[in-house]
Design a binder for this molecule. Sequence first.
Ligand code: F0G
Length: 365
Amino acid sequence: MHNNGLIERYRKFLPVSESTSIITLHEGSTPLIPAYKLGAAIHKKLEIWLKYEGLNPTGSFKDRGMTMAITKAVEEGYKAVMCASTGNTSASAAAYAARAGLRCAVLIPEGKIALGKLSQAMIHGATVVQIKGNFDEALALVRQICEEHPIALVNSINPYRIEGQKTGAFEIIDDFDGIAPDFQAMPVGNAGNITAYWKGYREYREAGKAENRPRMLGFQAAGAAPIVLGHPIDSPQTFATAIRIGNPASWKTADLAREESGGVIGMVTDHQIRDAYRLLAATEGVFCEPASAASIAGVIKLAEAGYFEKMKPFKGNFLRLVCILTGHGLKDPDSAIAAAEKPVTVEPKEEAILEVLGLLETAMA
Ligand code: F0G
């Protein structure tokens, strides 16, 4: 089936009409990849699946929300859009605004944006403004500017963003033939995505498209964990820059998702995130950005604490768990290079290469 984008696929569940002109880059319908080895290594009862959102057109889940937000901005007659971002939202907004012929301005924290994301916002022609401050300060400024000027705000406090992003839950249920996973694990930053997924799971269940709903497991970085700690963080810190957020806009609805689903919002250290980031790439061949690996790190932490011991699967013998891999690893090559083994440089001679490969003795035998 040709992928015409998620608005066409889930039109019935989205606020569009026959006359809405859809702005799409044919996002969504991303693969759900089994990670049996990883699941078994983490806990004998776990069956892990990876929702690889890095395969969206701009390399992150933001495209789901942005196709809706930009479509509605055009429909409502806006000529310009603006967002604050830790990188991915700005990349997505810039791309969809370019496609729609809208002006786009993005406000980002100086020096804290992964290289790939910055390059995207720039090449798509957005006006990129760096502030000597963090994401939370950038978002406060964008809110103010969009209130005072005819500019559409396309952060996830824009309800159309949430509408688009909820389709991730629909796809997971459709892929599992009407059965939601027992758990869904995901990173939490501004908390729009956990809000959106939970909305999607609820709506699909109410529409009779799903038999059950998952427990929602959200993970923040320990240096940027306001929801876990119960208070805003003035100066959030983590190498997972995508979730370097101290005062999430959708805090309340994230708490609600946890409560209603019987789930957990926890935190993981940068060290745990880095280990999970490497483990996933090395054992399953799936490359995500650091923030995305917080989901895997969180599941490992819960497994070690015995969380899954008493849990019962909705169906079958295994606890089915979906990890949302929110962004592609290529977004942030610097983090990958820093986390992995360095390449070796040798003379262009067979012997030198065999030595590095540990094959020298075999070759001479
Ligand atoms: N993972 C990635 C790769 C992200 O870019 C983000 C958020 C999140 C997870 C967290 O999602 O904010 O909905 O809880 N990035 C935003 C941005 C803040 O500006 O790109 P959330």
